[in-house]
Design a protein around this ligand. Structure first.
Ligand SMILES: [Fe+2]
Length: 190
């Protein structure tokens, strides 16, 4: 395991190498665009880590699109000997995290699936504000979780949105017009 955070180009190459489809790579690059803007407004966040974590968060979708993709992605990141901080971001990125009860109910391998560092929180929430290749208000994820009956998860997304919006200094939904619904992506031709 190295401590060096991979560059943008290296992260994208890892996504292809792992076998991700273009749609997943484009999604990851879109989450990266949102995460970068959030991290710019929260100076205590490590920008390089946020960017690499955002790009790699869905690397597990090379294997599986179920909730298991976060766990599988963390294992792939370990195989690539990526820094522990990135492995953790990947495992904890679904929604605003999963508590022990969720982990058991979903049949996931036991572990910590709850984002706790600022970088883990930013990546998880940037993903909550992206639907496929489109930047959307956080309510989109809240509604999606509610429609699945995941009320607790929906409330958690709402709370994470407020927490990060407070640190950012204004409601994070207001960054959408600045980023654009379909942001310009670096290193990926959609
Ligand atoms: Fe994901």
């Amino acid at each position: 395991m190295t401590d060096r955070i991979p560059t943008d180009k290296e992260c994208i190459d890892l996504l292809w190498d792992a076998g991700c489809k273009k749609r997943v790579v484009v999604h990851c690059a879109t989450v990266r665009a949102v995460a970068e803007v959030i991290a710019e407004g929260i100076p205590q966040a490590d920008m390089d880590l946020v960017i690499a974590g955002a790009l790699l968060h869905d690397i597990g979708r090379s294997k599986d699109h179920s909730i298991m993709h976060a766990y599988l992605g963390s294992k792939i990141a370990e195989d690539y000997k990526l820094p522990r901080s990135i492995v953790e971001i990947i495992r904890k990125h679904t929604g605003a995290g999963l508590d022990e009860e969720d982990v058991e109910a979903m049949g996931l391998p036991p572990g910590d699936y709850m984002p706790s560092t600022i970088e883990e929180k930013i990546v998880a929430h940037a993903d909550n504000m992206v639907s496929d290749n489109r930047v959307v208000p956080h309510q989109h994820s809240v509604d999606k979780l509610m429609s699945k009956g995941a009320e607790k998860g929906a409330l958690r997304v709402e709370m994470l949105h407020r927490e990060l919006s407070d640190l950012f200094g204004r409601d994070l939904d207001t960054i959408i017009p600045e980023i654009g619904e379909y942001p310009k992506l670096k290193h990926v031709k959609p």
